[in-house]
Design a protein around this ligand. Structure first.
Ligand SMILES: [Zn+2]
Length: 563
């Protein structure tokens, strides 16, 4: 049951909730990377990067158990996949100016075509968007949301309707003046087709709330007003099939972060795992009280009604399928919906499992001492990821000394510290629930060692993003506290006792910085600790040499699912 009162949610909390959606693993772009000779015709598409880059993505079949679904529900899934493919085409248009077929056809090697498909264009998303083919300039920061020749200054000076709109493209008229074109007009043909598919799917849907959502979403695609469908999405509780579809995240707009990119996820709910998750959310208020910090830093009360469920994804499309793949979703982004109904958190179990098997385990084999490798378990990896999401709800959102919201006080470091908080308090929660006997699977050693290996996995996405910085601060802090040691063979061994103390100390440090809104302190912490030091850089190079994939990509669709 969901209990959300407006009273409980101050504007400050809203701001913090808004920050939650940024749990993507994609690194932020580094515009210093690049830049190739733009004079060359782009038909000259020789590879500019190390051949090894082409195999950084491990192929994974995206499958799930559909045996509990009726034929009608399976037909519905086919419609949802068809609509998702349209989101995929639209995202391509938002990311890159050349048509997909024309561009891919000019490429001769299959491996390069494949890599271009994963990146939705000629820029390497996991390498700061550097061009990987000759003949291309750096990626425009505003992707195709804005005219490529538009500068930030021009935009800021100009005045036109829907300037900061989520759902419109900025274009130039014949006199060179900027104006906006709503998505519903710019992509009318495609969105009408997708809308029709969602309506057909709604007719096939057994679950009433899901049918209602599909119908409202179908309308939204045609009128750019997603509020009603977002509200309806929050009300869905019992549907076995789940859909996230539309223009949603704004990370692709690296110029301003205003405009949303098309994407889709088709998901199957995992009832058994979802029931497990529901249990833990109830402990939030109690765990908040137990936080290892002075009372004044934990005076706010977290809600215990977090909507947290586990899913298997059967289709990724558009933004969610480009470059690194999301393993946890926290939506919607609309503040009005968050105020009234909160957010839903979706844990993507099969995608997590693929990353665990193909990336985390091989990393552990390279970097963790042999006797601790048996402590690397999927249950622990899943729990660490899941409790990260839940832990965003712990701590406080407002400073205790009139510095306003934590978010405003810590400025550009706010996200890094918030992600760092979620990571470390997630582990604190696990530790506490193990002690209480509420978590019965695995041992403390499993969670600690898997957590440690997880740092190596995450930091490969780069140290420049909020998650990357948070990871490095934690790694360097652990090193200082002796939470791990390095053997002569260059392997890492977690010191279980000292790790427990380090978790406490770091939790305390972060919660205090947040509560005080201590910008100077955080700035110093990020500068000193938020960096990859040479010894770690060498270890990460070892992973490259061992050809351990950086991320996964999917073989997916109706054939894979047997539909
Ligand atoms: Zn997060």
């Amino acid at each position: 049951m969901r209990k959300f009162t407006l009273k409980k949610l101050t504007m400050a909390m809203t701001a913090a909730l808004f920050a939650l959606s940024g749990c993507s693993e994609a690194p932020s772009s580094d515009s210093s990377q690049q830049n190739q000779n733009s004079e060359q015709a782009h038909a000259d598409t020789s590879l500019l990067v190390d051949e090894q880059r082409l195999s950084i993505y491990q192929p994974v079949e995206l499958n799930a158990d559909l045996s509990h679904l009726s034929d009608q529900q399976k037909q519905m899934i086919s419609k949802l996949i068809a609509a998702s493919k349209i989101m995929d085409d639209l995202f391509w248009k938002q990311a890159f100016s050349e048509s997909k077929t024309d561009f891919i056809d000019t490429l001769t090697r299959d491996e390069v075509k494949h890599f271009a498909n994963i990146n939705y264009g000629p820029w390497d998303r996991l390498n700061g968007d550097a061009a990987f083919l000759s003949g291309y300039d750096s990626k425009p920061a505003g992707a195709q949301f804005y005219p490529e020749d538009m500068t930030k200054e021009e935009f800021e000076k100009a005045s036109f309707e829907d300037k900061k709109g989520l759902y419109s493209l900025v274009r130039r008229d014949e006199n060179g003046k900027l104006y906006t074109q709503p998505y519903s007009q710019a992509y009318k043909k495609e969105l009408t087709e997708a809308s029709n598919l969602l309506r057909e799917a709604a007719e096939l849907a057994k679950d009433k709330s899901f049918a209602n959502y599909l119908t409202l979403r179908a309308e939204a695609l045609l009128n750019d007003d997603y509020l009603a469908s977002d509200m309806a999405w929050m009300d869905m509780k019992t549907n076995p099939v789940e859909l996230v579809l539309g223009p949603i995240e704004t990370y692709e707009d690296q110029l301003f972060g205003y405009r949303a990119a098309f994407e889709s996820y088709v998901l199957i709910k995992d009832k058994q795992w979802s029931d497990k998750l529901a249990k833990f959310a109830q402990f939030l208020p109690e765990l908040q009280k137990g936080l290892p910090v002075a009372d004044k830093y934990k005076a706010e009360m977290p809600g215990s009604d977090a909507d947290l469920n586990a899913y298997d994804v059967i289709y990724y499309a558009g933004h969610s399928n480009a470059g690194s793949k999301t393993i946890a979703i926290n939506l919607p982004n609309d503040e009005q919906v968050q105020l009234e109904k909160g957010t839903r958190r979706l844990q993507l179990k099969n995608a997590m499992k693929a990353k665990f098997e193909h990336i985390l385990q091989p990393i552990a084999d390279e970097l963790i001492v042999a006797e601790q490798r048996e402590n690397i378990t999927f249950d622990a990896f899943f729990a660490n990821t899941m409790f990260h999401e839940v832990a965003h709800g712990l701590g406080i959102k407002n400073t205790i000394n009139d510095n306003g919201t934590v978010r405003n006080a810590l400025k550009e470091h706010a996200s890094a510290l918030e992600e760092g908080k979620a990571d470390i308090l997630g582990l604190y929660m696990i530790q506490s629930l193990l002690e209480k006997g509420e978590i019965t699977e695995g041992t403390l050693d499993d969670y600690y060692v898997t957590f440690m290996a997880g740092i190596f996995r995450s930091v490969r996405f780069g140290a420049s993003s909020a998650h990357g910085k948070a990871n490095m601060i934690r790694f360097n802090f652990f090193a200082e506290k002796g939470a791990f040691e390095k053997t002569e063979e260059g392997l890492y061994r977690v010191n279980i006792d000292k790790m427990g103390d380090a978790v406490k100390a770091l939790s305390q440090l972060i919660l205090t910085y947040q509560g005080d809104g201590d910008y100077q302190g955080v700035n110093q912490l990020v500068e000193e600790m938020g960096v990859i030091k040479p010894a770690l850089a060498k270890d990460l190079a070892k992973l490259e040499k061992a050809s351990i994939p950086v991320d996964i990509h999917f073989t997916q669709g109706k054939e894979v699912l047997g539909l």
